[in-house]
Design a protein around this ligand. Structure first.
Ligand SMILES: N[C@@H](CCC(=O)N[C@@H](CS)C(=O)NCC(=O)O)C(=O)O
Length: 211
C-alpha cells in the first residue's frame, strides 16, 4: 500500500488532488505540523528533511518533495496525461512547477506564514514581522503575475490539458484565498475552475473545507 504523509490545507493538498485525480488507493497519514510531528524520530526516519508531502511507494522508496512526487505520479501513470506530451513541453511544465513551489511558496508564502524563520532577533518585533511579511506578499504577487501569463482568458489550465502544474498552482491560490490576497483575474479564473473538478471538491471536503 502506498503511504501518503500530509497536512490538511498545506502544500500536500496539491498532491492529495493528484492522488484523487488518478483514483489511487493509498493510506493517508496525518502529520500535525503545528504540534511538531515532523521533528519526531518516527517521521525523521521517513523524511530527514522534516517536511510534507511524502509519498512512500510499495517498495519502500520515500519521495519527499512536491516536485518529485508529482513527476513520479505523472510518469508512472502516462495514460492520465498529467504532463504534456512533448519532452520540451514537459520541461517547461517542470520549470513552471519549480517556480510555483520554490518561489511563490518557498520564498513568498513561507515569509508570510513563518516570518520568524527569516529573523535573527530572539523575539520577533511587530515591525520586523511586518517587513518580512510585506516582502513575502511582494514575492507572491509578482509570482502570480508571472504565472498568469501562462493561462488563457478562461484560466482553465497552464498547459493544453490538466497537468500536475495545475495542482501546484491550486494550492498557492488556495493560500491566497485564505489570506485574502488578490489574485490576477486569470489566476482567479483558474482557481474557480479547479474548484469545479470533482477530485478537488472531494479533497477539500476530506481536508475539512466547505465550498
Ligand atoms: N520544497 C518542499 C516544500 C515542502 C514544505 O515546505 N512543506 C511544508 C508544509 S507546506 C512543511 O513541511 N513545513 C514543515 C516545517 O518546515 O517544519 C517540497 O517541494 O515539498
Amino acid at each position: 500500500m502506498i503511504n501518503f504523509y500530509m497536512t490538511p490545507g498545506s502544500c500536500s493538498t496539491g498532491i492529495h488532488i493528484l492522488l484523487e485525480e488518478l483514483e489511487m488507493v493509498f493510506s493517508a497519514n496525518l502529520v500535525n505540523l503545528m504540534a511538531g510531528d515532523q521533528y519526531k524520530p518516527e517521521f525523521i526516519a521517513i523524511n530527514p528533511k522534516s517536511t510534507i508531502p511524502v509519498l512512500v511507494l510499495n517498495d519502500g522508496t520515500a519521495l519527499t518533495s512536491f516536485q518529485g512526487i508529482a513527476w513520479w505520479l505523472a510518469t508512472a501513470h502516462p495514460k492520465a496525461g498529467l504532463l504534456p506530451e512533448s519532452i520540451a513541453d514537459q520541461a517547461k511544465a517542470l520549470d513552471l512547477m519549480g517556480y510555483i513551489v520554490n518561489q511563490i511558496h518557498g520564498a513568498g508564502f513561507t515569509r508570510i506564514f513563518t516570518p520568524e524563520v527569516y529573523c535573527q532577533e530572539e523575539t520577533l518585533s511587530d515591525a520586523s514581522k511586518e517587513t518580512i511579511q510585506k516582502k513575502g506578499e511582494e514575492i507572491v504577487s509578482k509570482g502570480f503575475m508571472v504565472v498568469a501569463e501562462f493561462l488563457d482568458q478562461n484560466g482553465e489550465y497552464l498547459a493544453q490539458q490538466f497537468t500536475v502544474v495545475d495542482a501546484a498552482l491550486f494550492y498557492v491560490e488556495f493560500w491566497a484565498d485564505k489570506t485574502q490576497m488578490c489574485l490576477p483575474p486569470k489566476c482567479k479564473a483558474h482557481y474557480e475552475s479547479m474548484k469545479q473538478r470533482s477530485a478537488v471538491r472531494q479533497v477539500l471536503a476530506e481536508e475539512g473545507y466547505r465550498y
